[in-house]
Write a protein that binds this ligand. Structure first.
Ligand code: NAP
Length: 272
């Protein structure tokens, strides 16, 4: 039986620990909007079936998380330029019975740095070449950063713009990094760890170290970087900001960003 009140959701697998429902429901409550944001576990092999179920059709929009950010694309009528560039979708909006795909990860990351007054027109190194790395790299490049990206398989990694792709090991050669970003899952529980942090040794003392991971709140990379007195950020601010942009798309309205950010941060800070 479909619950008529459910209109927004996040889909993924696993999904049990997703913070998206609490983030969105906090904002919806503040806005006085009577919409419930739920979560649905959708196995990648069942996406084809799920998309035509009443559960899916009853949604006016949904967020998409791992491992469905690429697989969802074939069910969408149109993609935003960010979703197209990143070949990944994290936000789907239904309009006139058509599904439109967006990617809010890049702008979420940009806003997370902007609110710390960090200059984006600088030299950036990104570790990893998945959906998040593409979103962050493309957005930073659009904001005037000089982006170098390091990954295991350079042959399968393409960018339309000036993002330079290098072999993973070449990070040891780059001494001119002002922001270093981990966009791999290394450091998440059960996802493996960096074999060493020697690449931190060569950086200038003012380099900012960002880990897109927010659980654990402080990864081994951030602990190590902090012990070397680098300024550090985890992925929590990006998570909140990408959600604010997603809700703006769902509701087709502009939100008070600072107010929403403060509210959500207060609500979720003890949950991580
Ligand atoms: P993804 O699409 O699966 O990409 C992961 C990338 O990491 C791939 O390039 C992969 O390389 C690389 N990688 C994995 N294990 C590696 C290893 N042992 N050594 C070197 N490279 C490795 O994942 P994603 O969606 O981009 O997410 C990446 C991270 O960002 C995750 O930790 C995720 O939680 C985080 N994230 C955070 C936010 C936020 O709001 N804070 C949003 C999105 C993502 P191969 O292609 O060679 O396997």
């Amino acid at each position: 039986m479909i619950n008529d009140q459910i209109k927004l959701a996040v889909i993924g697998d696993p999904i049990a620990h997703s913070l998206s429902p609490i983030i969105h429901n906090t904002m919806l409550k503040e806005l006085g909007i009577n919409i419930v944001y739920d979560k649905f576990q959708v196995n990648i092999d069942r996406l084809d079936h799920w998309i035509s179920t009443d559960e899916a059709k009853n949604l006016q929009g949904f967020n998409v998380t791992m491992p469905l950010k690429n697989s969802i694309i074939k069910y969408l009528s149109e993609l935003s330029s960010q979703a197209m560039d990143n070949k990944a979708v994290n936000t789907v909006v239904r309009k006139n019975d058509k599904l439109y795909g967006h990617n809010t990860d890049g702008i979420g990351f940009i806003r997370s740095l902007e609110c710390e007054n960090i200059d984006l027109k600088t030299s950036v190194a990104i570790l990893g070449a998945g959906g998040a790395a593409h979103a962050v790299a493309n957005s930073l490049e659009n904001y005037g950063a000089n982006v170098n990206l390091y990954c295991r398989d350079t042959a399968k990694t393409e960018f339309k713009n000036n993002v330079q792709v290098h072999d993973w090991q070449d990070i040891y050669l780059n001494k001119h990094v002002n922001i270093l970003i981990n966009a791999t899952p290394l450091g998440m529980d059960n996802k493996g760890q960096f074999s060493n942090f020697n690449f931190l040794e060569q950086l200038n003392p003012n380099t900012i170290i960002c880990d897109l991971i927010y659980k654990p709140f402080e990864t081994k990379l951030l602990k190590e970087a902090k012990s070397k007195n680098y300024k550090c950020f985890n992925g929590l601010n990006m998570l909140i900001h990408q959600a604010i942009v997603a809700l703006e798309l769902f509701l087709d309205t502009k939100l008070e960003i600072d107010k929403m950010y403060d509210l959500v941060k207060k609500e979720i800070k003890d949950l991580i």
